[in-house]
Design a protein around this ligand. Structure first.
Ligand code: SAM
Length: 285
């Protein structure tokens, strides 16, 4: 039987495709990784799966065999013909030729779940790395009616996403993701699992959307603004970052607030937990 690598090279040759680096095209050629992604995403025939960036259709094929319906969103027109040729016989397949960042996913999911009587929506993808963070933040911030997100991303971003807020490796994205989802690492993926090989290491992670928020926030916008400002100036103390960022009027007021909260006046943002930031938010507003 031909390997996934041979099959991928064959499709690329047949359609005259060379990977477009600026679209983050690194095609998966490792069967074990494909099967681990499918297992981790826990897809059933009751699920709607949205695949972002199907490319040549490597993951798509397995998704179609396991899901109730698959909607694949691909920006590169060259892939559309390939995907149509490969999967026209699947009745549960739909293709959208667009930039995922511009697609109204909330509307799409609502409509599909109603029409096809599907129970859950899940996102599965080998993401284009040049827009990993905007895609993940769109999926979370739009508070979509989805159960989970299983994605391959760059390991350095995965490290931040699966970090615990206030502990090693945490960054602004750690707090944002933690607010919306529980995260876990599924596997580290070697560079030679792709054509062409990416310049960075990869990791598959799974985000399970929380049913209730991990902290109660009265002002979510302010909470995330404070976090963003704290991490934009990570070398500064939190007080300096908040004053420079216009969150607190001056250092005297900042010190008073920190004393009331029991925070060390020299503390840096990355040492604060979600609850600490939520308490700070209450005083700052
Ligand atoms: N799923 C395929 C695989 O695993 O072999 C391809 C993954 S490749 C890392 C990323 C895919 O995302 C490419 O097919 C690329 O064309 C597509 N892509 C890039 N930017 C996109 C965007 N803004 N919206 C939708 N798809 C995009």
């Amino acid at each position: 039987m031909e390997s996934l690598e041979e099959k991928t090279r064959f499709i690329m040759k047949k359609y005259g495709i060379s990977a477009n680096k600026s679209l983050g095209q690194n095609f998966l050629i490792n069967d074990e990784v494909v099967s681990n992604i499918i297992t981790a995403s826990e897809i059933s025939k009751e699920d709607l799966v949205i695949e972002i960036g199907p490319g040549l259709g490597t993951l798509t094929e397995s998704l179609l065999q396991n899901a109730g319906k698959v909607i694949a969103i691909e920006l590169d027109e060259r892939m559309i013909k390939i995907l149509k040729d490969r999967f026209f016989m699947y009745e549960n397949f739909e293709l959208i030729n667009d930039d995922v960042l511009k697609v109204d996913l909330a509307q799409l999911i609502k409509k599909e779940k109603e029409i096809n009587n599907l129970k859950n929506a899940k996102i599965v993808a080998n993401l284009p790395y040049y827009i990993t963070t905007p895609i993940i933040m769109k999926l979370l911030e739009e508070e979509l009616d989805i159960e989970s997100i299983t994605v391959m991303i760059q390991k350095e971003v995965a490290d931040r996403i699966i970090a615990i807020p206030g502990e090693e490796y945490s960054g602004a994205i750690t707090y944002s993701v933690y607010y919306y989802a529980e995260s876990e690492s599924i596997m580290i993926v070697e560079n030679n699992s792709f054509i062409p090989e990416p310049e960075v290491q990869s990791e598959v992670i799974k985000l399970k959307i929380r049913k209730s928020p991990v902290v109660e926030l009265k002002n979510k916008d302010l909470f995330f603004k404070i976090i963003k400002i704290s991490f934009m100036q990570r070398r500064k103390t939190l007080i300096n970052a908040l004053v420079n960022g216009g969150i607190i009027k001056d250092k005297i007021v900042a010190k008073e607030i920190f004393e009331k909260l029991g925070f060390d006046i020299n503390i840096r943002g990355e040492k604060l937990s979600m609850q600490d930031f939520a308490r700070l938010c209450e005083y700052v507003k």
